[in-house]
Design a protein around this ligand. Structure first.
Ligand SMILES: [Zn+2]
Length: 207
């Protein structure tokens, strides 16, 4: 059951979360972002804007096919470059929200992994759907491309190959994480980020 919020609350919520993610270093330099679905409407930010400064009226509203049904008044804006990647999570996983993070932890985790990031035995794994500490958490790592939208097919392939994963890492770039609603997407993103940081530290400490 997807929680329904008032439209103005979703817009405000996205701005709040962007400010929070900015402070975590997940959306600095205009990269990264969050999209939330509310019933048959999908909200996302414009492309290439400072995410910590967006206002509720700057957001785009899309239908489930990804067509823009409502947009900001500024002609220089266009919808987030992450749109087709966010749509992957909505279409393939029935997600309620998707976060794209350029976190240094996620980026470094891709550099110490091959095609799959793996971790086991850590308490924070319990924050990821279907995981317990004696499982092995696997996150596929796909190759980066010059343009964000070119990741669409390889992300979809990785999602089909790893039906349990709630995230897809992008080499030298960051991560896409989704959840059944914005709360789960956010808490899973926090747990994944901790696990990526832990794996990087464990490698450094040669554990
Ligand atoms: Zn990105």
């Amino acid at each position: 059951m997807i929680e329904t919020l008032k439209t103005e609350n979703i817009r405000e919520l996205i701005c709040q979360l962007c400010r929070q993610f900015y402070l975590l270093g997940w959306v600095s330099g205009t990269g990264g972002g969050i999209s939330i679905r509310d019933g048959d409407r999908i909200y996302m930010a414009p492309s290439g804007v400072q995410k910590e400064r967006i206002e509720p009226e700057d957001l785009y509203v899309l239908d489930l096919q990804g067509n823009v049904v409502e947009g900001p008044q500024y002609e220089e804006y266009c919808v987030s470059a992450c749109k087709p990647l966010f749509m992957n999570a909505y279409h393939l996983r029935n997600a309620g929200a998707v976060i794209h993070s350029h976190s240094l932890n996620a980026m470094l985790a891709t550099l110490i992994s091959g095609e799959v990031f793996r971790v086991t035995g850590l308490e924070m794994m319990k924050g990821i759907e279907g995981m317990n500490i004696d499982d092995t958490l696997e996150v596929p790592v796909i190759g980066n491309t010059p343009h964000e939208s070119q990741l669409t097919d390889s992300m979809a392939r990785a999602m089909r190959e790893f039906p349990k994963t709630q995230a897809v890492l992008v080499k030298g770039h960051g991560v896409y994480i989704w959840g059944k609603d914005w709360k789960q997407a956010k808490t899973q993103a926090e747990c994944y980020d901790y696990l990526f940081a832990a794996a990087v530290q464990m490698r450094r400490l040669q554990l």
